[in-house]
Design a protein around this ligand. Sequence first.
Ligand code: FPP
Length: 224
Amino acid sequence: MNTLKHVAIIMDGNGRWGLNKKKSRNFGHKAGIKTVEKIIKETIKNKIKYLTLFAFSTENWKRPKNEIKYLFKLLESFIQERIIEFNKNNIKLKVIGIKKFSSKLNKLLIESEKKTKNNNKLQINLALNYGAKDELVRSIKKLVKKKKIINEKNISKFLFTEGIPDPDLLIRTGNTRRLSNFLLWQLAYAEIYFEKKLWPDFNERDYNKILKKFKSVKRNFGKI
Ligand code: FPP
């Protein structure tokens, strides 16, 4: 049976969900928060050590201003309301991506990372203003600047995910089959599951079904 240390998720479909309900895209984002909570709880139950959630990409800045503003408001209240509980539950929060938001949000993210840095039951990596190509270019630039050899080990060392094992499993909801510039380096050997349901409809049962399937798959890592 495969061991499962790290699950990464592209939480796609909020916008469509909101519109399907004859409401707004933002209504879908709000509903998406409930799924985030369910999945965090279930990840702990399954004793998985790392959960990486794609919450805002470098390309998402192209969205309408009101949607961007709403997403950051949601994120801000999500963290403010749960940071004490995260700490109680031994959850570590880490941001992967460039923290270039309002000074209030930047401060909140930095403080939350600091407060939870010694926790070790579950590490939640929030991918925010994250793009995998940008991450790789930054890493290689650092290696060149430091006159280090460009090899796999050194490139990994300067990614946002330094020290974090690569995801074993990637789930993308929302009936779309693409990687959208997410963890391109780290997903080299991940099992990938595309889920038809939109993120707000995705639930514990769907998640557990995928985890079960993952555990029974034979992973070869290039061998036979
Ligand atoms: C993709 O759906 C989703 C996002 C760009 C944002 C995800 C954000 C949340 C689930 C809420 C905040 C998250 C946290 C961790 C607090 P989409 O808008 O691209 O959906 P669409 O494909 O239907 O347009």
